[in-house]
Design a protein around this ligand. Structure first.
Ligand code: ADP
Length: 612
């Protein structure tokens, strides 16, 4: 039993420590976002808090003056009534002005905070490696940051505003009540602690509940996203999947609601009991004040003020406790942002490898993805040289894309070594390296920008010559399309956006290819970028690359074996290993794996042509 209490205390201290750390970091974030706005909010809310008690005090004077007039003691009291009433009006007006200014600042601050957090997150993402995204837990953190950080930091800002106001008004009421009874103040303050404890427990529990549910909630978001995506509508309609998805979503919601009903009921009983006890204590205190006022013959104004002051103090304390619990809850969520910002970044290489990629050499490289049991690439040794073209082929899962990712230096290698111009890939400056590389993946990005922006985004600082652009567009066969677009090259693309034009998948793919072809590079890599293109168009594009006689390293991954015929060397991958290497002629003569696959594919094509 003793051990449990000790463990509980340890756990509680740990929670408090984390809470303080997160709140400190959040305040730092708020100050960093705008020092001026933060200072304004602190000052204005402190004034606003003090005004609450100032108004109470002035009102006491008004009532005392009225009482004296009613008792017929002194004509001058009319002047006092007018004076204190004007003063009350003046202070109330200031209070309204401050509230409006705080509201204005609060909204503005929210926008700055949004901007600041977004910039911080994007900057951090740009520094993270592909591997960092794949580490267990990191992806969930990134998603949570995306989902909660902004709302929760705005919520902390609002809570801090309330908290400052509450503290200032508590200070004011304590000054007013000091003369009446000091012990009274302590009793009022202590009576709020049970509420704080219970509220924190409630928020803690909710965070745990939502944290455990997070994967499921993300699934709901993903399913909703599936249903509203334009390109999905066709399949969803024909397969009648929308209703099925709706049922899956409802199932999750129903389970959550059932669980929540039980927990919420439990908390409701607890809070009803506590608030009732709290009210009992409050009214005992009020009774005590009335008795004391009668015994000590206080004025009516004083009696009213003391009772009201206790109400204000109690409200401010309740508010403060509520706000502390709220910041506690927010801090649990915002902790994800700080955890995300603290993710250790892979060390950036510093080695200079020259201003051109001459060769990339793999020596006994083996690579395994995090949390997997087999190597995606095994004992791979190969030399890629400038001025040569390479075709990479293999069945699905044979390691083609993994090889491309390693050529691109997207992962640090632990087994074997990759050298760029004799310099170890792990240690070279990646930014410099990527500036010399052009790549297009199978899952290329459709940027919601104009046609021309989609073409030049990889080299967005370069001023391209119109002829170069026309030439590349012509190679991929998009000239006719551009001529027919409403704004030509400047037409915005994407179905979801206003005044935009949607392209077919094949057209998007060709557009992505122009991006790779246009970028001024030393190495061009096309990782099955032509899956949605017909064999003829793919052949034309590849032949252009094979015959363009440039001094680049050209690497093409394709499932159409015939189309990599023109490559100087074809690498055949099987289960992550090199199975064969050679020119088309050599591989066909060898009658090995490439030959087998080639013949099989040719037969397929012939069969399809017959059926057509
Ligand atoms: P290919 O491009 O030839 O289809 P990949 O290189 O994509 O093959 O994949 C090779 C192997 O590595 C496959 O078994 C695949 O499941 C695995 N793999 C690929 N990407 C990842 C990843 N991010 N995490 C874990 N395993 C992966």
């Amino acid at each position: 039993m003793k051990k449990k209490t000790w463990l509980d205390r340890e756990k509680m201290m740990d929670k408090i420590e984390k809470y303080v750390k997160n709140i400190k970091a959040t305040i730092f974030l708020l100050i960093n976002t705008s020092k001026v706005l933060f200072a304004c909010i602190v000052i204005l809310n402190s004034i606003s808090g003090v005004i609450i008690t100032t108004k109470l005090y002035i009102w006491k004077e008004v009532i005392d003056a009225v009482t004296q007039v009613l008792q017929g003691s002194g004509e001058k009291k009319y002047d006092s009534i007018i004076f204190y009433l004007c003063l009350h009006f003046f202070v109330s007006a200031i209070d309204y002005i401050i509230s409006s200014v705080v509201c204005y600042i609060q909204n503005l601050y929210g926008e700055y905070l949004d901007k600041n957090i977004t910039e911080m997150v994007i900057k951090k993402i740009s520094k993270l490696g592909l591997k960092d995204f794949e580490k267990t837990g990191n992806y969930n953190i990134i998603q949570k940051v995306n989902d909660f950080s902004l709302n929760r930091s705005i919520s902390i800002l609002n809570t801090i505003i309330q908290l400052i106001k509450a503290v200032a008004s508590i200070a004011g009421t304590v000054v007013l009540l000091w003369k009446v009874n000091k012990i009274l103040i302590i009793i009022v303050m202590l009576s709020n602690i049970p509420l704080l404890v219970v509220n924190n427990k409630i928020y803690d529990k909710w965070y745990d509940v939502l944290d455990k549910r997070y994967e499921k909630l993300r699934l709901i978001q993903a399913l909703k996203g599936l249903c509203i995506k334009y390109e999905n509508i066709k399949e969803l309609k024909v397969f009648n999947v929308i209703n099925y998805i709706g049922e899956r979503i409802s199932e999750i919601y129903s389970k959550n609601i059932y669980e929540d009903t039980i927990t919420r009921k439990k908390f409701m009983y607890q809070t009803i009991f506590l608030y009732t006890m709290d009210l009992v204590v409050l009214y005992i205190i009020k009774l005590y004040c009335i008795i004391k006022s009668v015994v000590q013959r206080y004025s009516l104004g004083s009696l009213l003020t003391y009772v009201q002051t206790i109400d204000v103090l109690k409200n401010a304390l309740n508010n403060m406790m509520e706000m502390i619990s709220k910041t506690y809850e927010d801090s649990l969520y915002i902790a994800n942002l700080f955890e995300f910002l603290e993710i250790e970044e892979s060390e950036e290489g510093t080695l200079d490898f020259g201003n051109k990629i001459n060769k990339i050499e793999f020596t006994n490289v083996s690579f395994r993805y995090p949390n997997t049991k087999t190597d995606a690439l095994k004992n791979f040794s190969f030399l890629f040289e400038a001025g040569k073209t390479y075709g990479i082929i293999g069945l699905n899962g044979s390691g083609k894309t993994t090889l491309i990712k390693l050529i691109l230096g997207l992962y640090n290698i632990e087994n074997g070594v990759i050298r760029v111009n004799e310099k170890e890939m792990n240690q070279i400056q990646k930014r410099q390296y990527w500036e010399l590389v052009s790549v297009i993946f199978q899952d290329f990005i459709k940027y919601p920008f104009s046609f021309i922006d989609n073409m030049t985004i990889a080299d967005h600082n370069v001023d391209f010559h119109k002829d170069d652009i026309d030439n590349v567009v012509n190679i991929v066969g998009l000239s006719h399309l551009v001529e027919n677009l409403p704004e030509g090259y400047y037409t915005n693309l994407g179905k979801e956006w206003k005044d935009s034009v949607e392209l077919s998948l094949g057209q998007w793919q060709k557009l992505a290819l122009t991006r790779a072809l246009l970028k001024k590079s030393n190495m061009i890599i096309l990782d099955e970028p032509t899956a949605s293109l017909d064999a003829l168009t793919e052949n034309t594009i590849f032949n252009h690359l094979f015959k363009s006689n440039n001094k680049k390293i050209t690497i093409i991954v394709s499932h159409r074996l015939k189309n990599v015929k023109g490559a100087d060397k074809i690498v055949v991958l099987k289960n992550g290993e090199i199975c064969e290497v050679g020119s088309y002629k050599e591989l066909m003569e060898k009658k090995g794996e490439y030959y087998k696959l080639y013949v099989l594919q040719e037969k397929e094509v012939a069969k399809n042509n017959d059926t057509i």
